[in-house]
Design a protein around this ligand. Structure first.
Ligand code: UDX
Ligand code: UDX
Ligand code: ADP
Length: 484
């Protein structure tokens, strides 16, 4: 069999960009992306795509209608396909056993049942969503228990490693492509088919094949390791603030060790995104289920540290603003979980803002890409407030950052958007309440320059001795009594 038709179930952050790039690089293959959401599909077929990714629009425009199609006709797409990607969402369970930790596989299961119901002939089913180890086994069980005569399935694991904001670049130039398959002749044949697709643009040496379970675990482990690096440098940032060291200098020094490497050592207000938290919790849950409490505790600490970092930053804002933010206006720059995306899933901004709203601050929020409705939805959701009406009264969403800072007591930077670096802060300062504060939760601004023009400046992992104002709680470093 040579793959001629691909179906992708799930037109989200993973399925959409992945299949657009496959269609672009494989003009000989017809790619059909389907979703149960009519709105999503309508958006993929429109001028304004449902997700923002640099470079994606050009790829979609070139392929759409040629060998890339978006529709709600899930059954037809499954029937026609030789290979089916499952790219549906796997959120953390919000109910029942494993609530708050395990991945919710209901969407995956529905896909597997639908495939079993309508498929004809031989199909390769590729699990692309992040799923717990042995999910492929569950998919295989569902498929084989419902298989009709003349139909056969091979299930592969092919986790996605793209990061939002650089999805197209990551897909075009991946560090590696990971394919896990059953160790059998049929399994090897299916792996070869998927390898052939990637080989259209990815060199063979970058394509790693493993057992299905190793592939599934590698995805969770990769995200856990990345999240752990951020939590590790954030833990060091707290030490820096307490001692006068500078976390950026420490990160450079540490990162120069080739065994450690320099990437992912940017201290911040905390990590966000749809994957890190979910995959860590998933790993913790799996370890607990396997009766490995020490392993579970180890990874749990990575997410605990992330929560600590967000809370610590919010507390520091309140503390610096003379221990009260009640009725003070704070301009919030950035709401997305990172730059170059409009995605707010698990964004640290949600938690920092909620903390400030609990203290009755008024927030003027500006983000270049996040929709106004999304910000309102995130800050009024039951997960973060019991009083959504009050939150609505306290937040204002702006489309111009210069308007957002009028009469504000402080600017709080929560996403590392490039445009924040080049603003005219002198102009902003002139319309703000004095003393004016700036809290850079992403370490992107020129702090010395801000202090010079008169901002009281605070950032992660560093204290400024040249700040004109002392912190409300006193600017003393703790004195240590070392016992050797
Ligand atoms: C370490 C640091 O590497 C060095 O930079 C520092 O100055 C002193 O401490 P050392 O303890 O001599 O050096 O050896 P190292 O190679 O780092 O190994 C330390 C331990 O970790 C060893 O027991 C080694 O077996 C173990 N290790 C190392 C692993 O178990 N797995 C690894 O992948 C690497
Ligand atoms: C991540 C993984 O990188 C990707 O391989 C996987 O497939 C999905 O999850 P993503 O969540 O899109 O991708 O973004 P990433 O760039 O990993 O950033 C995650 C979070 O960590 C962001 O909130 C980012 O701001 C934060 N971060 C990252 C830091 O705070 N410091 C860093 O040094 C790096
Ligand atoms: P991810 O970041 O994993 O891509 P998203 O939430 O962005 O997650 O996208 C997942 C997509 O999968 C959504 O558009 C959702 O409507 C779709 N989806 C979920 N379950 C099904 C299903 N059973 N059939 C078809 N589409 C589904």
């Amino acid at each position: 069999m040579v793959v001629k038709n691909i179906c992708c179930i799930g037109a989200g952050y993973v399925g959409g960009p992945t299949c657009s790039v496959i269609a672009w690089k494989c003009p000989d293959i017809r790619v059909h992306v389907v979703d149960k959401s009519e709105l999503r599909i309508k958006q993929w077929n429109s001028e304004k795509l449902p997700i923002y990714e640099p470079g994606l629009e050009d790829v979609v425009k070139e392929c759409r209608g040629r060998n890339l199609f978006f529709s709600n006709d899930i059954e037809m797409a499954i029937k026609e396909a030789d290979l089916i990607f499952i790219s549906v969402n796997t959120p953390t369970k919000t109910y029942g056993i494993g609530k708050g930790r395990a991945a919710d596989l209901k969407h995956i299961e529905m896909c597997a049942r639908k495939i079993a119901e309508v498929a004809e002939g031989n199909k390769i089913v590729v699990e692309k969503s992040t799923v717990p180890v042995r999910a492929a086994e569950s998919i295989t069980h569902i498929l084989s228990a419902n298989t009709r005569p003349g139909v056969s399935f091979q299930v592969l694991s092919n986790p996605e490693f793209l990061a939002e904001g650089t999805a197209v670049e990551n897909l075009l130039h991946p560090d590696r492509v990971l394919i896990g398959g059953e160790e059998s002749v049929e399994g090897d044949e299916a792996v070869a088919q998927l390898t052939w697709i990637y080989n259209h643009w990815v060199p063979t040496e970058k394509i790693i094949t493993t057992s299905t379970w190793s592939s599934e675990l590698s995805k969770l482990a990769s995200n856990a390791f990345l999240a752990q690096r951020v939590s590790s440098i954030n833990a060091i940032s707290a030490l820096c603030e307490a001692t006068g060291a500078d976390v950026s200098q420490v990160a450079v020094a540490v990162g120069k060790d080739s065994r450690i490497g320099s990437k992912f050592l940017q201290a911040s207000v905390g990590f966000g995104g749809s994957c890190f938290q979910k995959d860590l919790l998933n790993l913790v849950y799996i370890a607990e289920c396997l009766n490995l409490p020490e392993v579970a505790m180890y990874w749990q600490q990575v997410t605990d540290m992330n929560e600590y970092q967000r809370t610590r930053f919010a507390k520091r804002i309140v503390e610096c603003l003379f221990n009260t933010v009640t009725d003070k206006t704070l301009a919030v720059f950035g709401f997305a979980f990172k730059k170059n995306t409009g995605d707010t899933r698990e964004s640290p901004a949600i938690y920092v803002c909620s903390h400030l709203l609990e203290e009755s601050a008024r927030l003027n929020i500006y983000d270049p890409k996040v929709e106004c409705k999304q910000i309102e939805h995130d800050l009024t959701s039951a997960a973060v407030t019991s009083d959504p009406e009050r939150v609505q009264q306290l937040i204002n969403i702006y489309s111009d950052p210069y308007e957002a800072v009028k009469d504000a007591h402080a600017i709080v930077v929560l996403t590392e958007w490039d445009e924040f670096i080049s603003y005219d802060y002198r102009k902003m300062l002139s319309v703000m309440k004095k003393p004016a504060f700036i809290f850079d939760g992403r370490k992107i601004l020129d702090h010395e320059a801000l202090i010079k023009i008169g901002f009281h400046t605070e950032t992660i992992g560093k204290r400024f001795s040249r700040n004109t104002l002392l912190r409300a709680s006193g600017d003393h470093f703790p004195s240590f009594s070392w016992t050797l």
